[in-house]
Design a protein around this ligand. Structure first.
Ligand code: ADP
Ligand code: ADP
Ligand code: ZN
Length: 210
């Protein structure tokens, strides 16, 4: 049983690695950004509220996110462990999470800024199952369709230069302080996210001591 948090700059490979790790460890993946995109696609009340905020690359309010997370991490199917990807995004959310559960490991996927744009500018995602591809680094075998479910892949609505710049700015201001927060708690593990997908996967596996 292990409760893992992944954080790091946009494009570091959090979604990609969380998905792999979730399969290997057989524990659920909680990708908050993807969950919100599904709310938007299904045109739910929450989806309508967050759609413009997300497309601008701004953050959804802490209380909206905290509510979603509280329901998940306390649900019976999450008691054998889980991988949080995209939450917490700031110290307030981290404090809220600590109040709910004890985090075992926090993986900080570190990627130099110069690499971020290369990753994000080629990202393609499946609007149906959330699978993540890259035009060059991780192309779908079937061209423009998802290898898992056959849906036509899309460029995320917030992978525009303006929204990416905004998200990176938010990352530096809001999310970076989590490094110190979790370091102090003694649960932080830093992973070099620059190598290829397989290699980063190995580094994570080794770091977790599994
Ligand atoms: P990225 O890491 O590239 O910004 P995500 O898929 O993790 O992408 O998140 C997409 C968007 O979803 C964010 O820009 C933000 O608007 C919203 N979001 C996701 N998780 C959170 C969170 N924990 N707190 C606030 N907003 C969030
Ligand atoms: P994050 O969730 O941290 O924003 P993603 O997992 O969505 O990152 O990955 C961003 C993009 O970079 C995707 O297109 C993905 O296929 C690609 N990618 C992920 N990890 C690597 C890697 N180690 N090397 C090259 N490309 C990668
Ligand atoms: Zn799919």
């Amino acid at each position: 049983m292990i409760k893992i948090v992944l954080f790091g700059p946009q494009g570091a490979g959090k979604g990609t690695q969380a998905d792999r790790l979730s399969k290997r460890l057989e524990i659920p993946h909680i990708p908050t950004g993807q969950m919100l995109r599904e709310e938007i696609a299904a045109n739910t009340k929450l989806g309508q509220k967050v759609s413009e905020i997300m497309n601008r690359g701004e953050l959804v309010t802490d209380w909206q996110m905290n509510e979603i997370i509280r329901d998940r991490v306390n649900a019976p199917e999450y008691q054998n462990g889980f991988i949080l990807d995209g939450y917490p995004r700031n110290v307030e959310q981290a404090e809220f999470l600590d109040y709910q559960i004890a985090v075992d490991k926090v993986l900080f996927l570190n990627l130099p800024k110069t690499e971020v744009m290369k990753r994000l500018s080629g990202r393609l995602t499946c609007p149906k199952c959330g699978a993540i591809f890259h035009k060059i680094f991780n192309p779908s075998k079937s061209g423009d369709k998802c290898d898992r479910c056959g849906t036509v892949l899309q460029v995320r609505a917030d992978d525009t230069p303006e929204a990416i710049a905004k998200r990176l700015e938010q990352y530096e201001e809001e999310t970076q302080p989590l490094h110190e927060y979790y370091l102090k708690k003694g649960v932080l593990i830093e992973i070099d996210a620059a190598p290829d997908i397989e290699q980063v996967g190995l580094l994570i596996w080794e770091a977790l001591g599994l």
